[in-house]
Design a protein around this ligand. Structure first.
Ligand SMILES: C[S@@+](CC[C@H](N)C(=O)[O-])C[C@H]1O[C@@H](n2cnc3c(N)ncnc32)[C@H](O)[C@@H]1O
Length: 289
């Protein structure tokens, strides 16, 4: 991935952030290329990871935790070779699509993203896979998917639905593109409604800076209701906050100062959401009946 233009892109992104520019495709193209955190193996990652069995001092701990999060969502969706079509909504750099094809043996996985720069990286990452032929990508929004009704057996999304404008429209679209009996499995950040002036200010800043639609900030009761309103039957929903956000923070504090400085802004941006606001982080499974 091209890194030479990163300082210039950061400047453009910061300018957009200050202006509150809402052109989401452009924002994600900028962020997709600049706000990445590379693991020790040089793999770009865009999620906090699942740290339950990963020690912060382990070798390439961030990549291990990222894969553990993919594994958790794949297991929650009960993915297997029997799944003919699986959608990964908000697919980042395509590492989850590749992981699901290689680890669970699904017949075909399609990664969907609004960012064309990230999709370029996705295709490059998929080309290196022994399952390359089973991995495809499409450009589009999870709230207006370029797929026919009842295309997919399973829809998964890792740490992306809180960005979708609005998330409930994604639930409706996931329901539409799933076959009857199909499964939706998510790892998602849930920002409860702010309780005081400090939280209101913090969430307003975060929504603006990280392109999180303000209408996605609500409690779990509303979250459950929105799923039900779209026709989903919720099978399981649990908080994995401790094993994601808290333990990510532990990992961060174990990093040598030199590494933190070199990761700089991307690291700060990826850490900010949980330092400034009392997010919950959930894993859920719902079925289209
Ligand atoms: C925090 S990243 C997570 C990426 C990936 N799932 C992972 O875990 O590595 C959120 C992703 O959602 C994508 N995204 C944001 N809004 C989107 C939308 N409306 N439709 C599809 N993808 C979107 C972003 O471009 C980004 O790749």
């Amino acid at each position: 991935m091209e890194t030479a233009h990163i300082p210039k892109q950061w400047m453009r992104w910061i300018q957009m952030m200050m202006r509150g520019d809402r052109d989401s495709a452009t924002q994600y193209d900028l962020r997709g290329n600049v706000a990445l955190t590379r693991t020790d193996a040089g793999i770009p990652t865009m999620n906090f990871g699942y740290w339950r069995d990963v020690a912060p001092t382990a070798k390439d701990a961030l990549w291990a935790a990222t894969q553990a999060l993919f594994q958790l969502v794949g297991e929650t969706a009960a993915l297997s070779e029997r799944d003919a079509m699986v959608l990964d909504a908000g697919c980042g750099f395509g590492t989850n699509a590749r992981y699901l094809a290689e680890t669970f043996g699904v017949q075909r996985v399609v990664g969907l993203n609004v960012s064309s720069l990230q999709l370029e990286a996705c295709r490059q990452i998929a080309r290196g896979s022994v399952r390359a032929a089973a991995i495809n990508f499409a450009r589009g929004s999870a709230t207006c998917m370029p797929f026919a009704d009842a295309t997919f057996d399973k829809v998964v999304s890792v740490e992306a639905a809180f960005h979708f404008p609005p998330r409930q429209q994604f639930f409706a679209e996931a329901f539409r593109v799933l076959r009857p009996g199909g499964t939706l499995a998510l790892a998602d950040l849930v920002g409860p409604a702010p309780q005081n002036t400090w939280q209101r200010t913090a969430i307003a800043m975060l929504c603006r800076a990280l392109q999180i639609p303000h209408e996605n900030i609500y409690d779990l009761d509303v979250y459950r209701q929105q799923l039900a309103d779209c026709g989903f039957v919720l099978c399981e929903l649990r908080s994995i906050r401790e094993d994601v956000l808290t333990r990510y923070q532990h990992w961060l504090f174990h990093q040598p100062v030199g590494k933190l400085l070199s990761l700089g802004m991307p690291m700060m941006m990826s850490s900010a959401p949980f330092l400034l606001y009392p997010w919950d982080y959930i894993c859920l499974k719902a079925i289209k009946r």
